[in-house]
Ligand binder design. Structure first.
Ligand code: HEC
Ligand code: HEC
Length: 222
């Protein structure tokens, strides 16, 4: 009812025809995921796409599934997540050890071609050593703070959030440290959750939630 009244008022005062529903600004985490573009679909891989992708597998592993530990698996990412990551590296907007320099060598078309290859690959998870005590605490932290966007225990890459389940532990730890130090950008609502989590549980909560995601190996075993 409150929403109806607000938009009625807005119309009355400004004489505008409001078509955008006032519901849009309700406090829903999902509203703050990556700006909704029409999610790009993968196209068939071209020989050029395959050739370009071949230069990545030395570090990222066959088919984009990395043998670790600080190089992430990039198989199965959504097209938009992959594309945004590459462009952020290229434009120096995302901190990196190697990707910033590397991404500068690729055009938008090259990135699109490589995306078609990597998104079609299966994310192969390698068993990692994780601390069961941290995993347990991390699971709760995930449920309380992160689940809305990193759905299905981090198995899903929805709206640019990337796949966290079974990702390499050191990579996750580095990214979380970068987010926490404000070196890597994140959605405002993720920042709110992450800050609250760290305020409550200290820096160790970052480690705990990283252990939880790294421990996710089998979808059925969650
Ligand atoms: C020399 C090793 C190396 C090579 C070659 C390399 N990468 Fe990377 N990549 C990394 C590392 C390490 C990271 C983590 C960020 C950093 O420190 O640079 C990364 C991160 C990424 C990410 C971010 C993943 C995420 O979850 O957000 C993407 C996407 C990516 N690389 C794509 C590529 C593509 C495409 C190529 C081939 C053109 C490539 N990489 C070649 C080492 C490499
Ligand atoms: C509002 C939605 C949202 C919430 C809530 C959220 N995230 Fe994220 N997360 C994202 C998006 C979007 C990205 C991609 C950021 C980018 O543009 O690089 C991301 C990226 C990440 C990454 C890096 C993935 C990669 O491959 O590099 C990690 C790790 C992560 N989030 C952990 C968390 C944790 C831990 C929490 C809970 C404390 C959390 N997120 C809460 C949306 C969210």
């Amino acid at each position: 009812m409150k929403y109806l009244r607000t938009s009625a008022l807005a119309m009355a005062c400004c004489g505008l025809l409001f078509t955008a529903p006032a519901f849009a600004d309700k406090d829903d985490d999902k509203g703050d995921k990556k700006e909704k573009k029409s999610a790009a679909a993968a196209k068939p891989v071209t020989p050029r796409g395959l050739m370009l992708a071949n230069t990545c597998v030395g570090c990222h592993g066959q088919g984009g599934s990395s043998l670790g530990p600080a190089t992430p698996t990039i198989a199965g990412m959504a097209v938009d997540t992959f594309t945004d990551a590459m462009k952020a590296y290229r434009e120096g907007k995302r901190p990196s050890t190697v990707m910033g320099r590397l991404a500068k060598g690729y055009t938008d078309e090259d990135i699109a071609e490589m995306a078609n290859y990597f998104v079609a690959q299966k994310f192969v998870r390698v068993a990692q050593k994780t601390d069961p005590e941290k995993v347990k605490i991390g699971k709760k932290l995930h449920k309380d703070n992160c689940e809305k966007c990193h759905e299905d225990n981090g198995f899903k890459d929805e709206d640019g959030s990337s796949i966290l389940a079974g990702q390499w532990l050191p990579y996750l730890q580095f990214q979380l440290a970068d987010f926490n130090a404000k070196k890597r950008e994140m959605p405002e609502k993720m920042a709110k959750r992450l800050n609250a989590m760290v305020k409550d549980g200290g820096d160790k909560s970052l480690d705990e939630v990283a252990h939880f995601y790294a421990s996710q190996q089998d979808k059925k075993a969650k």
